[in-house]
Design a protein around this ligand. Structure first.
Ligand code: ITT
Length: 211
């Protein structure tokens, strides 16, 4: 069976692909992971990771008629969250969010999107003692028109005082996983411990039963 890995984020694609290949080998499943024939624009208008993951996978399934896998993920910082988790489902575009927008100055906008997101979190936490955070990933697989399966994974940790490391992407340079003394961007085997691996393991558990 062909399974499309549906994301516009190149680094996320690489992580999904590499974890999926290792799970496939362990499960001895006849699966071929492919890229979608072309990228499509999906409006992620829902307010949960689960709904957004489903929206992405379903949009690709509807466009190409091939079983589709999508991940919706993000960082949740305890001190920045109230009834809304932040950056949460808005992780990718947090630097543009009106919440805390005064901490970024005009001059900062020469930085990349990931650097701006990290800078904003660090500035918002400047005087904050509670640095607890977690990464969340929800993976949806749409197998046919009315049949979707899901998996969720979390990685607990804390926010560093400054960015460090080059592995991974997004918020990895400012996130220290529980039990480690350094950021995820300094940890070469991220794929073995990540929220994404946990989400894929849990959806694979179901996939093995239904294929
Ligand atoms: P697609 O929707 O096309 O998959 P995206 O990057 O927009 O790509 P999301 O909407 O799921 O994906 O946003 C996830 C954001 O959360 C991502 O851009 C990062 O900023 C952050 N993020 C998610 N997983 C991460 C990880 O493993 N390490 C660091 N940051 C991560």
């Amino acid at each position: 069976m062909k399974l499309m890995i549906c994301t516009s984020n190149k680094k996320k694609f690489e992580e999904l692909y590499s974890i999926l290949e290792s799970l496939k080998k362990d499960a001895n499943l006849d699966l071929e992971f492919v890229s979608p024939p072309k990228e499509i624009e999906v409006e992620e208008y829902a307010n949960t990771f689960l709904s957004n993951a489903y929206l992405k996978a379903k949009a690709y399934y509807d466009a190409f008629g091939i079983p589709a896998l999508a991940d919706d993920s993000g960082l949740v910082v305890e001190a920045l969250s109230d009834n809304l988790e932040r950056p949460g489902v808005y992780s990718s575009r947090f630097y543009k969010d009106s919440f805390g927008s005064n901490v970024l100055k005009e001059d900062d906008f020469k930085l990349s999107k990931d650097e701006l997101n990290n800078l904003k979190v660090l500035r918002l936490l400047e005087k904050e003692e509670n640095r607890k955070a977690k990464f969340v990933s929800v993976v949806a697989i749409v197998l046919s028109n009315n049949y979707g399966i899901f998996g969720e994974g979390e990685l607990k940790g804390s926010i560093a005082k400054e960015p460090s490391g080059n592995f991974g992407f997004g918020y990895d340079p400012i996130f220290i996983p529980e039990g480690y003394a350094t950021t995820l961007a300094n940890i070469e085997n991220k794929d073995k411990i990540s929220h994404r691996r946990k989400a894929l393991e849990s959806v694979f558990f179901i996939l093995k039963k239904v294929l």
